[in-house]
Design a protein around this ligand. Structure first.
Ligand code: C2E
Ligand code: MG
Ligand code: MG
Ligand code: MG
Length: 281
């Protein structure tokens, strides 16, 4: 069929591809300078404990403000950072920023138990010095390891299962929490909870958003919560946007919620104000 459309068809396609490749290359070049030009920053989204109703911590989410393009979504620039290896210096920076932030918040004794969840790329996970860098950063900031939770995606576990288990144990030995992110997407199975030393499982937003419309999604989330609890794993529901979802999750015994219903990701100062307000959900 493409052939019957004639030669012009190919040219249009080629030019489109070319423009796309150029745009990507440009983004890659710009990303290389983003760190030193201070175009990256972290926003923090609160997690609420459904046991206490209070904010128990935050997830750090990376933002890139491009000088011309404005905000580039993480789903666009993180894959580029991963393919180019730039995620390594960026990921180290994220870890350092997060530990420093926890230390700053902790100057107020009321915040002495807030946790910080840090997203880790599979590329970072494969670095032999990850645990060492994390431990020395925690030490340098005077932050207790129990305040940090590392969020991993199943990509980490799929590649080399034995190597992954070794690293997970190393990290666990440091004392940080381990959290499986986006559970329910891809190939994730409850077998993970059994095979890997995880503390927390985050049920993907896609299940939570379907709960209102589709009773089976709700049943599935309920089953995931029950099974996790049997295995001693706590559950976070992500992407909670309605109070119906929140109440249903509370009823199911879900441990923590995160989502726009509570708050969107925000700057560190706003986060501090929000904690000080002492609101409960
Ligand atoms: P994630 O770790 O699953 O983070 C949750 C994403 O869902 C965030 O998108 C957050 O803004 C969004 N979100 C939270 N609550 C709601 C809600 O109620 N409704 C909707 N529609 N969305 C909600 P964001 O910030 O765009 O990040 C996207 C992904 O980029 C993250 O997914 C994570 O995989 C990755 N990412 C972000 N920061 C980092 C980082 O520092 N390092 C690495 N390696 N990846 C990161
Ligand atoms: Mg995450
Ligand atoms: Mg997630
Ligand atoms: Mg996600």
């Amino acid at each position: 069929r493409a052939k019957s459309l004639g030669k012009n068809r190919y040219e249009v396609f080629d030019r489109g591809m070319h423009a796309q490749a150029m745009a990507r290359l440009r983004l890659e070049t710009d990303l290389r300078r983003a760190l030193e030009r201070e175009e990256l920053r972290l926003l923090y989204q609160p997690l609420v404990s459904l046991h206490s109703g209070r904010i128990e911590g935050f997830e750090a989410l990376l933002r890139w403000r491009h000088p011309e393009r404005g905000d580039v979504p993480p789903l666009e620039f993180i894959p580029i950072a991963e393919e180019t290896g730039l995620i390594l210096p960026i990921g180290r920076w994220v870890i350092e920023q997060c530990c420093a932030q926890v230390a700053r918040w902790s100057r107020d004794p009321g915040n002495a138990r807030l946790t910080m969840a840090i997203n880790l790329s599979p590329v970072q996970f494969a670095q032999p010095d990850l645990a060492e860098h994390l431990a020395s950063t925690l030490n340098g900031c005077g932050v207790a390891p129990s305040r940090i939770r590392l969020e991993l995606t199943e990509g980490v576990l799929l590649e080399d299962e034995e190597a992954a288990i070794r690293v997970l144990h190393q990290l666990r030995e440091i004392g940080v929490g381990l959290c499986m992110d986006d559970f329910g997407t891809g190939y994730s199975s409850l077998g993970y909870l059994h095979r890997f030393p995880l503390d927390i499982l985050k049920v993907d937003r896609s299940f939570v958003s379907r709960m209102d419309r589709d009773p089976r999604s709700g049943q599935l989330v309920h089953a995931i919560i029950n099974m996790s609890h049997i295995l001693g794993v706590r559950v976070v529901a992500e992407g909670v946007e309605t109070s119906e979802q929140l109440e249903a999750l509370r009823e199911m015994g879900c441990d923590h919620v995160q989502g726009f219903l509570i708050a969107e990701p925000m700057g560190a100062d706003r986060a501090e104000q929000l904690i000080a307000e002492g609101r409960t959900w």
